[in-house]
Design a protein around this ligand. Sequence first.
Ligand code: BGC
Length: 262
Amino acid sequence: MPMTLSLAGRRALVTGANSGIGEAVAVAVAAAGAKVAVNYVVHPEAAEAVVARIRATGGDALAVAADIADPGQVAAMFAQLDRTWGGVDLLVNNAGVDGPRAVAWEADPAQWLRVLQVNLYGAFLCAREALQRMTARKSGVVLNLTSVHERIAWSGYSAYTASKAGLSLLTQTLAQEAAPFGVRVVALAPGAIKTPINRSVWSDPKSYADLVEKIPLGRIGTTDEIGRMAVVLLSDAASYVTGTTVFVDGGMTDYPSFEHGG
Ligand code: BGC
């Protein structure tokens, strides 16, 4: 089969698509030919701007509101897509929060739980709705955005690392469950990508220098670099990829401190 990165005819839902990596994934998926639902929970105007950006280049998009941590809102969002498009072929679980920085013994339990509710439970709720539809149709792809912190410990972010490690093994389990139905479930783990979530790091020269020390390729990544890989993994070019994580991190998980010594 010739390699094709076209997503023409597919209906995609991208959660948290009104900024950062989610926005770039929505734009890239639309550019590859899919219809895209731009999910958001706050800042509807930002979601509408992403929709307008996609439509301006001839793409097809709509904005859909839902707090992914709320089962009722998630069910309503998928029902809306059923009514509008007759279903969903591609789900990108992107929405995520990192929570306030605090060592575990000083963390606020409610804030800790909220990170798990968005990053892990929210992804599960969306995957659950999507896989009900995809397994019935015997086609579809779920792409979960994890992080290098599914593998790398990160002081001050125990909820975030726990959620991403959990999402990684959730991906593998869902992939095992869905494979007999011809449905793939894959994780994409970005490294440090320039987005609003880490603005305080890349906007400060000292913090940026410290960050770059951790990246063999010597620079922060762009959201476009994640969007492109998302299209590959969602497309038939990745037809034999399931139950695994693809790292797009400039080598951050390659133990760069071992370039010297050891
Ligand atoms: C975090 C970023 C961080 C990156 C690398 C991501 O998962 O959201 O804030 O820069 O990991 O540490």
